[in-house]
Design a binder for this molecule. Structure first.
Ligand SMILES: NC(=O)c1ccc[n+]([C@@H]2O[C@H](COP(=O)([O-])OP(=O)(O)OC[C@H]3O[C@@H](n4cnc5c(N)ncnc54)[C@H](O)[C@@H]3O)[C@@H](O)[C@H]2O)c1
Length: 443
């Protein structure tokens, strides 16, 4: 099929879609296209996830407005079916790839999932199909890896046997559907005609700008926007550390700084987590680093942000020492294990780093998170007899807690508010000691 015929099938919604990888990104993408009237087949490796999706039940536990209802509806209408079997993609006209793209501990992209996807997709790829990688990629990956590997595994040539594009996602957990519909996208095509075909497709679900580009531009834009955020959070974190050292209030400073034209200082916080911000700066810089381009700012920002949970541990240690205790054998309750408020996503959790450090220092740590199955429980019961509480996530439940009651339950009355989530409540209660550190936000 040529691109003009594909565009016609897209316009009439007769084009059949496949979505590979039904995680935080792929599942809502599959649902939205199904809800827009396309026939969608979703592929994932996880059988339990597939079974749940086919029952019309969302596997995402965090607050995700509209997703569970939409999934139930499109599955019931047979617009979306999920399977582990790539053979189900053989009749698909458009296939999006939404698998994870992490980096390893040396900050090198690990494309195990992407390579496996391409290996399985190539042999079943329909002639004339359009393949769109939505996963975030290090700039150069479409040209160096995706295109040659798909040509090899499919036995077809790009722009003849199949079409190829990169349209990175801009969602964040908690707002998956709203972001998919309302945030603009870069449609990077191997050719301008492919980019136009991608725009015709996304126009069915996206209400914001759809900008045509080539693939490397799309790769650069996505990774740059997340590196931008990481660097700016690191700046706020470093100012927070300076404020602490000189006895200033970073929140007041931030508020007044932002009255100066053109300034937009972000929130400091107890660490940056999730699947995107901590690794996308490494994806952005990968090829340049390997090529020997001297890069200083992006790695420095990563180091600052990675150090924040350790800084929270040192605040806890200092507060306990001031209260006449040692951190060894102190009992500490950590509130929040997800990386983001009201989410169940624990990838690159700053709390995990904090907890490891506290345990190294000999503390007895209890963990609570209302969205993470293994850490659910009653906060008040868990706080009983603890010496300190550390708030690591701005979950709604923590903001709404009865802090006067909770403080009475903590032996030393120490609260470290790593997200400025509960400071207002604490201040109004006249607590004995508040260790405040910076706060919040990442994606
Ligand atoms: N999570 C976010 O907020 C977000 C935002 C923007 C962009 N992204 C990007 O989107 C991509 C996906 O992220 P995510 O958060 O959805 O990841 P995820 O881990 O939630 O989902 C990936 C899914 O792909 C499946 N998978 C892995 N290998 C597979 C294979 N060979 N065949 C079929 N399925 C396979 C996994 O089982 C998993 O369910 C990443 O590149 C990420 O950087 C994520």
């Amino acid at each position: 099929m040529d691109l003009a015929s594909l565009q016609e099938r897209i316009a009439t919604r007769d084009a059949k879609l496949g979505v590979i990888g039904l995680g935080y990104v792929g599942l809502p993408v599959a649902c939205l296209f199904a809800d827009a009237g396309f026939d969608v087949v979703g592929i994932d490796l996880k059988e339990k996830r597939i079974d749940r999706i086919n029952l019309g039940q969302s596997p995402i536990e965090g607050e995700e407005p509209g997703l569970a209802e939409m999934l139930e509806k499109v599955v019931a209408a047979n617009q979306l079916r999920a399977t582990t079997n790539y053979a189900a993609l053989a009749d698909r006209d458009v296939i999006t790839i939404n698998v994870e793209t992490p980096v390893d501990e040396d900050h090198v992209p690990r494309y195990k999932a992407l390579k496996s996807t391409l290996r399985h997709l190539g042999p079943v790829l329909k002639p004339g199909a359009l393949v769109i990688v939505e996963s975030t990629l290090a700039p150069g990956t479409m040209a160096d890896l995706v295109r040659p590997m798909l040509e090899e595994t499919s036995g077809k040539t790009v722009n003849q046997g199949f079409y190829l594009g990169h349209c990175p996602e801009r969602v964040m957990p908690g707002k998956l559907l709203a972001n998919l519909r309302g945030v603009s996208r870069v449609c990077g095509g191997e050719t301008p005609e492919t980019a136009e075909t991608m725009i015709a497709l996304y126009r069915h679900v996206v209400r914001a700008d759809l900008d045509p580009a080539n693939c490397v531009t799309a790769e650069l834009v996505k990774t740059t926007e997340n590196a931008y955020r990481d660097v700016n959070i690191a700046f706020a974190n470093e100012v927070a550390l300076i404020c602490e050292a000189v006895g200033g209030d970073v929140w007041k400073v931030r508020e007044l700084v932002n009255k100066s034209p053109g300034r937009n200082m972000l929130y400091p916080g107890a660490g940056v987590g999730g699947h995107c911000i901590p690794k996308d700066p490494w994806l952005l810089s990968y090829k340049a680093r390997v090529g020997g381009t001297p890069l200083r700012l992006i790695p420095a920002a990563r180091a600052v942000n990675d150090s924040m949970p350790l800084h929270v541990a040192s605040l806890a240690e200092r507060a306990l020492t001031e209260a006449g205790k040692t951190i060894a054998r102190s009992r500490i309750l950590v509130l929040g294990y997800a990386y983001l408020e009201d989410s169940d996503d624990t990838r690159n959790s700053p709390s995990a780093v904090l907890i490891e450090r506290l345990r190294e220092l000999g503390a007895e740590v209890t963990i609570h998170d209302p969205y993470v199955l293994e850490y659910q429980g009653n906060v008040h019961e868990m706080a009983e007899g603890c010496d300190a509480v550390v708030v690591m996530v701005r979950h709604r439940e923590y903001v709404g807690l009865n802090w006067a009651k909770l403080l009475a339950e903590i032996t030393e009355g120490i609260v470290i508010d790593g997200r400025r989530a509960v400071q207002a409540q604490l201040e109004s209660i006249q607590l004995r000691r508040i260790g405040t550190s910076p706060l919040a936000e990442d994606h």
